[in-house]
Ligand binder design. Structure first.
Ligand code: HEM
Length: 384
């Protein structure tokens, strides 16, 4: 039930010793996410993340309007519903095939690690497929993404410098690789995301190669670990609620509201740590001074009893969810439709194919990050 969040909510907007602010209640978080005086531009932060170094052009998640809006619009044109009938709409069959191959790999295993054997490789394969990365390059791609994701929660006080260096190197290699791929896509027909972005003359003009590579990179970073964690948190929650698991087997359509409730109850992103105040901002009876860094505790907001009835109960029949799992406002998750589809297909297939699954350790070991929450491994045994 996250007692720390309940404690934080006693002071909805709390000033910290280092001058930053922590916001932990639903209404205040939602209001701030829609406040135009809040900046996402990392160049305005007093405490930037080490992994933000080395980006010539910040990706649009780290930019403010008008640059943010232009880049997001240009990428969104191709990506998919609800905005356009794009790539994602047509990808369902391919996603199901990728899941099928991963599940075939479970054969003969006494224990299955839902993370390593399934949730980790799945989103990378999907994004490779959507971007148009040739199949023979996928293993290299997986390695880069692994190094990159591993460095996201780099802590200079406890981690070897190598972890950050590997991440930054992977970021460079990945950019170079994507740049090379892009060169071959100019002026060619094709339905993949890189080709579409390279050849599109939409109302905002053509994206530069630098912008395309930065966008492709962003989709990988923002869309990988988050999706891994949603699938893994989902399986863990189902194994802890066997009656819901059984219901899902019998009523496959339940997966749609179930994934929404999951995004509220066990969201992959617990904190948005990188907002800065452009001017003095009044929230309730607190004034956040201009220039302060603001941390938005999304997961605490999604467990706020003033917004959700019995928030610590997992209830896929809950109505009026409006969780904060994908954020809100102009930076609302761009990959929401894809992440939903991936997780719905993944959970449906796991529940259908695993025979009497049981957790080997509960609780499982967790990643250390306070920002992204999910198990490092989730071992499951099937009926003998
Ligand atoms: C933004 C969560 C999957 C791409 C965000 C934000 C959250 C989030 C909370 C808001 C960040 C902010 O306001 O600063 C998640 C979760 C996911 C997921 C929980 C999986 C369950 C994906 C996927 C993709 C993606 C699959 C793409 C392939 C993005 C992008 C942004 C974003 C590009 C930035 C949008 C903008 O700045 O306009 N995501 N995400 N995400 N997400 Fe996701």
């Amino acid at each position: 039930p996250y007692p720390l969040y309940a404690e934080l909510r006693e002071t909805p907007v709390a000033a910290q010793e280092d001058g930053s602010y922590v916001v932990s209640t639903y209404r205040e978080i939602a209001d701030l996410l829609h406040n135009p005086h809040l900046s996402s531009d990392v160049r305005n932060l007093s405490h930037p993340m080490p992994t933000h170094e080395g980006d010539a052009t910040p990706a649009f998640i780290n930019l403010d309007p008008p640059e943010h809006d232009r880049l997001r619009r240009m990428a969104m044109r191709h990506f998919g519903p609800p905005h356009t009938p794009g790539l994602v709409a047509g990808a369902e069959g391919d996603l199901t095939a990728i899941v099928g191959t991963l599940i075939d790999g479970f054969a003969g295993k006494e224990q299955i690690d839902i993370v390593d054997d399934f949730a980790y490789p799945f989103p990378v394969s999907v994004i490779c497929h959507l971007l148009g990365v040739p199949r023979e390059d996928e293993p290299r791609f997986h390695l880069w993404v692994e190094a990159l994701v591993d460095s996201i929660d780099y802590n200079p006080e406890t981690d070897p410098k190598e972890k950050l260096e590997n991440g930054l190197q992977a970021r460079k290699d990945l950019r170079r690789y994507l740049g090379g791929l892009l060169e071959k896509r100019h002026g060619r027909p094709g339905d993949d995301l890189l080709t579409r972005m390279a050849n599109d003359d939409g109302p905002d003009g053509r994206m530069t190669d630098e912008e395309i590579v930065s966008t492709a990179n962003l989709l990988l970073i923002a869309g990988h670990e988050t999706t891994v964690n949603l699938i893994t948190n989902g399986m863990l929650t189902l194994l802890r609620h066997p009656q819901v698991l059984r219901r899902l087997r019998e009523e496959p359509d339940l997966v749609v509201p179930l994934v929404e409730e999951l995004l509220r109850y066990e969201p992959p992103v617990h904190i948005i740590p990188w907002r800065a105040a452009y001017s003095d901002i009044t929230v309730g009876d607190t004034v956040i001074p201009k220039g302060s860094q603001i941390m938005l505790m999304l997961a605490s907001g999604s467990r706020d009893p003033n917004r959700f009835h019995e928030p610590d109960r997992f209830d896929p029949d809950r109505r009026d969810i409006q969780h904060l799992g994908f954020g809100s406002g102009i930076h609302l998750c761009f990959g929401g439709p894809l992440a939903r589809l991936e997780t719905q297909i993944a959970l449906t297939a796991l529940v259908r194919h695993l025979d009497g699954p049981r957790l080997v350790t509960d609780p499982p070991p967790y990643r250390r990050s306070p920002i992204l929450r999910g198990p490092v491994h989730l071992l499951v045994e099937q009926q003998a």
